[in-house]
Design a protein around this ligand. Structure first.
Ligand code: NAP
Length: 304
């Protein structure tokens, strides 16, 4: 068997088109142009690449971008003031504080300060809590972008009904593993969450119909860990040495090995990454509608 490769780039392009069409309608019918504020602190090189992609995607779908850059020396107090000012600014619909923040700043304190209605990353305690109790779903409200994108790719590969499947998530971070676990529970999957202290990861993996790898460990998941016919979503982005002293990107899954056993696999790059950015666009559109008291637009995952 050779797995089907799930084309995240194509799925993301379709989702961005839907967002652009809805943004156009919002402008024509209500005079609203969604505005995304992107706050960057410091000069992390990987962040610079992600922020450039987010800014250009936002402009392409017709949003206004407020690109705010600050030196790594910015005191936490001042960053809180910046977030407070963006919360109060009615012309700003979405606030994204790019991670990682410098070590001198307590990340959780900054995320908690973001107005949940403008929380396009879906990471404030209120939005994470609403997701946990099922008030927020992938179809309604502001859900963290990478978990939403991963779920949409899963549905792209398997279809809309994921009921009864055993999903193994490798990684329990607040931004990926945990929100994804709640999304998959909402889909009636049986969910196992693994982490760095999990015993017998390979054996667990062999029981999973769905494996979502989000550990940040290059090629952790091997070909012989995969149950034949399983679907694999690789969230990991790792930079590893390549020929000629260069670096290349690889996921958390040993791609060529897993291709032999799996039914479908998302590649790195070209899988979850582009979907994360498209979901950020979707969330910004949703946030603009929520703030204007309009119904959430029909930019539904199953439309991709
Ligand atoms: N494609 C995208 O758009 C996107 C977006 C976000 C993140 N990512 C990538 O996804 C990966 C995970 O990101 P993150 O922010 O969730 O990372 P993180 O906060 O560092 O969390 C990593 C998680 O993986 C677990 N883990 C680490 N080593 C493990 C091992 N050997 N076996 C099992 N579990 C292990 C950790 O366990 P403990 O909790 O026990 O430490 C932790 O829960 C990274 O490569 C990141 O670059 C991609």
């Amino acid at each position: 068997m050779s797995a089907r490769v799930i084309d995240g780039k194509a799925a993301a392009a379709r989702l961005r088109l839907l967002v652009a069409a809805e943004a156009d309608r919002l402008k024509t019918e209500h005079g609203i142009v969604p505005c995304l504020a992107v706050v960057v602190v410091g000069d992390d090189p990987a962040s610079a690449i992600y922020v450039a992609s987010k800014n250009s995607a936002a402009r392409e779908v017709g949003f206004v971008v407020r690109d705010m850059r600050h030196p790594a020396s910015l005191p936490a107090r001042e960053l809180l003031d910046i977030v407070g000012a963006l919360n109060a600014d009615k012309s700003v619909h979405g606030i994204l504080v790019q991670m990682p923040l410098p070590e001198s700043i307590r990340t959780r304190e900054i995320i908690t300060a973001i107005d949940p209605a403008k929380d396009v990353d879906g990471l404030t305690p209120l939005n994470l809590g609403r997701l946990m109790i099922g008030e927020i779903t992938v179809e309604r409200g502001l859900v963290a972008c990478t978990p939403s994108g991963a779920l949409m790719l899963l549905k792209e590969a398997i279809g809309r009904d994921l009921s009864g499947r055993h999903a193994l998530i490798i990684g329990r971070s607040q931004q990926v593993g945990r929100p994804l676990a709640h999304l998959l529970l909402q889909e009636n999957c049986t969910v196992t969450i693994a982490h760095s202290r999990t015993a017998g990861l390979a054996t667990l993996c062999r029981t999973a119909d769905i494996v979502i790898a989000a550990a940040g460990r290059a090629e952790l998941v091997r070909g012989d860990w995969i149950k034949p016919g399983a679907t694999i979503i690789d969230v990991g982005i790792n930079r590893v040495p390549a020929e000629g002293g260069k670096m290349r990107l690889t996921g958390d899954v040993a791609y060529t090995e897993v291709l032999q056993n799996a039914a479908a696999i998302s590649p790195v790059p070209g899988g979850v990454g582009p979907m994360t950015i498209a979901c950020l666009m979707r969330n910004t559109l949703i946030a603009a509608c929520i703030q204007a008291g309009l119904p959430q637009p029909e930019v539904q995952p199953h439309a991709i």
